[in-house]
Write a protein that binds this ligand. Structure first.
Ligand code: SF4
Length: 310
């Protein structure tokens, strides 16, 4: 697999499929992420047979149960959209997606806080999830899925980018027969990355890998992937990053001379105090990794800045 393969709501790519005949072109998705990704785009409303332009639709009910109704005449489009959503999941399963980006607020694509209208008095609560988004989450509970609006938050965006690259490497490993050594290699190179998100999950995953034998691989893979994606969904924090930097420092501190040790310690402390960005100590570590030829660290995904541009 070369590029990332991402699902995306069609209107975010600039396709004029919205109810009003317009689109919601997102330049970051198309022009920046697009350099690294091939997109599989779906518009569930148009795909299920609704015309463009069309009357707007909305969720009506309450958080425990709602229908999709056409605003103008109350026509119930729930079944039509559900059937299309379920059918399209098979196509998406074949595509081996690394992630999905949905259009926020939509009664079809919105991932969270979609308005639900009360059938009694028309008041709204923001507790809905779009019909297509709900099916996507049900079918692929561990796939990285975000809305375009949330991706404007740098921390959410960074987390999403990390996760979609993790899934890409996972698919690459699964593209041929998986041996125990492949899993150990995968787990090893992701060590520090996982630790920045969840040290607890990292320990649990380590136990799972330690107990692995060839005949258990088929059972192992889904469990490991579940833990991997659950771990990576936990947000990394400064203190978790600092902890990982300490681990890395400990791994090769005996190679460093006293000046280098002091310099790296200072950079790490400055990062912890919010004075410099993480990339500064990481760049310095990478310099020492190259200087002292530390293969174990050189292979760590955590130290690779491939997603820097993103
Ligand atoms: S939000 Fe979803 S259903 Fe609405 S126009 Fe965009 S892709 Fe189509």
């Amino acid at each position: 697999m070369g590029k990332l393969r991402l699902g995306v709501s069609s209107c975010l790519l600039g396709k004029a499929v919205r109810y009003d005949g317009g689109h919601k072109y997102d330049s970051w998705i198309v022009e920046t992420l697009g350099r690294y990704a091939d997109f599989i785009d779906l518009c569930p409303e148009y795909g299920s047979g609704l015309p463009v332009p069309r009357e707007p639709i909305r969720l009506v009910g309450n958080k425990d149960g709602y229908r999709v109704l056409r605003s103008e005449d109350g026509a119930d489009l729930t079944l039509q959209l559900e059937q299309y959503s379920i059918a399209s999941m098979e196509e998406l399963a074949q595509a081996k997606l690394c992630g999905y980006i949905l259009k926020s607020k939509s009664p079809t694509c919105g991932l969270e806080q979609v308005k639900i209208y009360s059938p009694h008095d028309g008041t709204t609560s923001k507790e809905g999830i779009g019909i297509f988004a709900r099916e996507l989450k049900r079918r692929f509970p561990y796939l990285p899925v975000e809305e375009e609006s949330r991706l404007r938050d740098p921390a959410v965006r960074e987390n999403f980018i990390e996760r979609i690259f993790v899934v890409k490497r996972w698919w690459e490993m699964l593209s041929k027969e998986v041996l125990v050594k492949d899993i150990i290699q995968f787990h090893t190179i992701h060590k520090y990355l996982i630790m920045t998100h969840s040290p607890q999950h990292y320990r649990e995953m380590g136990k799972l890998v330690a107990e692995l034998t060839e005949h258990k691989i088929a059972d192992f893979l889904p469990r490991y992937f579940e833990l991997l994606m659950t771990a990576s969904a936990c947000m990394a924090t400064v203190s978790k990053h600092y902890n990982v930097l300490l681990h890395i420092f400990g791994y090769f501190k005996d190679d460093l001379n006293s000046f280098e040790k002091r310099e790296l310690s200072n950079l790490m402390a400055q990062y912890k105090d919010g004075l410099i960005p993480l990339i500064v100590p990481i760049n310095r570590i990478n310099y020492y990794v190259a200087k002292y030829n530390k293969a174990y660290l050189r292979d760590q995904i955590y130290l690779q800045t491939h997603s820097l541009e993103l």
